[in-house]
Structure formats: C-alpha cells, structure tokens
Design a protein around this ligand. Structure first.
Ligand SMILES: O=P(O)(O)OC[C@H]1O[C@@H](O)[C@@H](O)[C@@H](O)[C@@H]1O
Length: 369
C-alpha cells in the first residue's frame, strides 16, 4: 500500500472566501487572462484544514484541497486517512497525529484586510482547546497598487499602546486611530515576514504573498466592518469568545520600526549553492517550531532525498519533477503534496525553476547532495 500512495500528488485549486476582496493575481499567476478580483482572494495549498466562514452561505468542505488519486478526485484529508503512514510518516504521526500540522496559502489583497490578531499556542490551548494557534509567515511574491494606494503592511503596536487605549479605539471603532497604532511597512517581492500569535496586523492593499501558518482558521479582529462598510459577522470578530478575551488575544508589546524589523523581517540563509542551483532557508527552527520554508532555485538538476512530507510550489519557470523514472511537467503555479513515502525525487529546470518547499513542524529539511 505504501508504494501505491507514495507518489507526488498534484493538488487541485482550492479557493476560499474571506471578508476582503482580491485574488485576480492568483488567477493570472495560473495563466487565466483578464481575471477579476472577487470574495475568493485566497488559494489554500494541499490543505487539510477547513475554512471557518460563519455568516457566509455554506459551502461543503470549504478550504479542503482535493487531489487526483486512484483514478478519482478525493479530499487530501481522505487520502491521509486511507494511508496515514505513507502520507505523513510514523515519526510525524507519533508527535502530531494525522494532522499535517501546517497550512500554506496564496493571498492576494486588492483592499486592506481588517486589523486583526491570531492566537498564540497558550491562548489557543486555553480558549479553543486546540494544539495550534495561528502563527504565520508571509513570503512576498508581488505587489500592485490596490484601491488606488501603494501596497503596505500594518504590523505590531508602536511603543506606548496600552490595552485600555486599544479597547477605547475598539469601542469607538476609531479605524484611523487603530491604523495609527501600528507600524507601517512597505513590502517588496522576496521579503519574508514573521507574524507570531498575538501580534496585531493587517495585510494592506496590493499584496500578493505565500503564507505558511499553523493549521487553524482563528482570526480575531478589532475592526468590525469591511472596507465597503458592511458589518463583519460577530463570530468572525471574537470567534465566540467575547470582547474581553478578544482584547486579551493581542500582545501589548510596543515596537519601534527598528525593533519590528529585527523581530519580524526575516533574513534568508543560504543552505546550498552550486552551478546547478541553490537552496535558501527562509523560515527555520530558530524563528518558529511551527513550520519551515525553503526556497529552491534549480538551473540544472537537483536531487532530493526527503525524510518526511512537504508541499512544493513552483513560483516561476518551467521544468520537471522526476520521480521513479517518470517526469511530471512543472509550470508556474504547479503545487504538489510530497508524501513522506517519497524518498527520492529530482528537479530539472528547463531552463530554470524557482520553487518553495513548505515543511510541517519537526521536519528535517532536505538539501541537495
Ligand atoms: O479578514 P479575513 O477575511 O478573515 O481574512 C483572514 C486572513 O488574514 C490574513 O492575515 C491571514 O491570517 C490569512 O491566513 C487569513 O485567512
């Protein structure tokens, strides 16, 4: 059984509705011309995490990715159940269960998201009885002018913001006041940011990014309306916890721009470099134990010997993924779940591939030999 399941699984598109608009850059990236922004600004990649969208008309299995497997389309979650060991590996299952332990997404915002916060692990454990909070990282793929504005990110309280002051702004819904409390950062392609649980933030307009996060959909927010002025359902504001706990989810740690840069703007580290290509660590264990991210540039042929599962996303270029003497074509936007049972694969850039590999917690990163 392990052999049947141990092959790279191409993941079908999984678009998800959110409270903000965007997504046209995701479609264009996949080669769809003249795409428009919509209420589906996110694509979840190899997801086994359900989207939580109270207040929206229900969609069955929203957020769960599907793969072609055994001659039919199936939920990746069901394939995990049928072959947990081949998919995730026994070491991972022992520590994390049948859950992948991370979620990867593409996000494209044509307008600013609401000012929000995600729980850290202790908060998630205590109030959601979950082993996972929603610490996340963003790798910027591109920017555009959104809503007539230059792209930006809001991140982290400026020094001196107290819980009492933040609560007052929340009660008054003083949006300008809230924006003024946060550091404003200009993103550029190739930047990587770390957003630990508890850090207030908002992705601004015109940001196209790859996000890796803990596998939950817990967003709490201080802003109660969308950009068009329509109300955001109460459940999406405090996830059923109420105003007091909403305020406690934020960490009131002020940071200057320099302190924010030092804590949240990550510096890539070269792991491997040759004529054939390179591997760079974008997010490693020194940043968070929740997941890791590696960028791979492949000019020729790179050989990998994984020791566990990962997700592979092609950002740019064309080439091939060679597995068991079979070549699978790779193009910009290709995304694969690589089960733990895949012990060897080769990337071939034709002429070049720029890829990201996302690893679950506890993974040993594999670097070409
Ligand atoms: O504001 P909504 O529509 O809930 O969007 C929430 C989105 O926010 C971003 O900052 C990320 O945390 C995404 O993972 C999340 O899906």
């Amino acid at each position: 059984m392990a052999n049947t399941f141990s092959q790279p699984l191409e993941v079908l598109p999984t678009r998800v509705r959110r409270t903000y608009r965007g997504g046209s850059l995701i479609d264009r990236w996949h080669g769809v011309p003249n795409a428009d922004d919509s209420d589906r600004p996110e694509e979840w990649l190899a997801s086994v995490t359900r989207a939580v969208n109270p207040g929206f008309p229900p969609i069955e299995n929203e957020g769960l990715s599907r793969v072609q497997f055994g001659g039919k389309e199936q939920l990746l979650l069901d394939v995990f159940e049928a072959a947990e060991e081949a998919m995730l590996g026994s070491k991972h299952i022992k520590q994390y269960g049948r859950q992948l332990g991370m979620l990867a997404k593409l996000i494209d915002s044509s307008e600013r998201l609401s000012i929000q916060v995600h729980p850290d692990k202790p908060f998630a454990k205590r109030y959601f009885h979950s082993d996972y909070g929603k610490t996340e990282c963003w790798y910027i793929l591109g920017t555009r002018r959104g809503n007539g504005q230059e792209p930006y990110l809001l991140m982290g309280f400026r020094p001196g913001i107290t819980k009492e002051y933040w609560h007052k702004l929340y009660v008054e819904q003083d949006i300008e006041g809230m924006v003024a409390c946060l550091n404003k950062v200009t993103p550029k392609p190739g930047d990587t940011f770390f957003i630990p649980g508890g850090l207030p933030h908002a992705i601004g307009p015109g940001c196209f990014l790859l996000e890796i996060q803990e596998p939950t959909d817990y967003t709490l927010r201080s802003e109660c309306t969308r950009q068009d002025g329509t109300p955001i359902p109460e459940q999406l504001i405090h996830q059923g916890l109420g105003e007091k706990l909403l305020m406690e989810c934020f960490h009131y740690v002020g940071m200057t721009e320099e302190q924010l840069d030092a804590r949240c703007r990550l510096q890539p580290k070269t792991l491997f470099y040759s004529m054939d290509g390179s591997c760079t660590l974008l997010v490693g264990e020194d940043v968070t134990p929740c997941f890791s991210i590696q960028r791979i540039i492949c000019n020729q042929v790179l050989d990998f010997k994984p020791t566990g599962a990962s997700i592979l996303v092609v950002l740019e270029g064309e080439g091939e993924l060679l597995f068991n003497q079979t070549g699978i074509a790779l193009v910009k936007g290709s995304r694969f779940f690589l089960p733990a049972g895949v012990k060897h694969f080769t990337l071939h850039g034709k002429p070049q591939l720029d890829c990201i590999r996302c690893y679950p917690p506890g993974a040993v990163l594999d670097v070409p030999e």
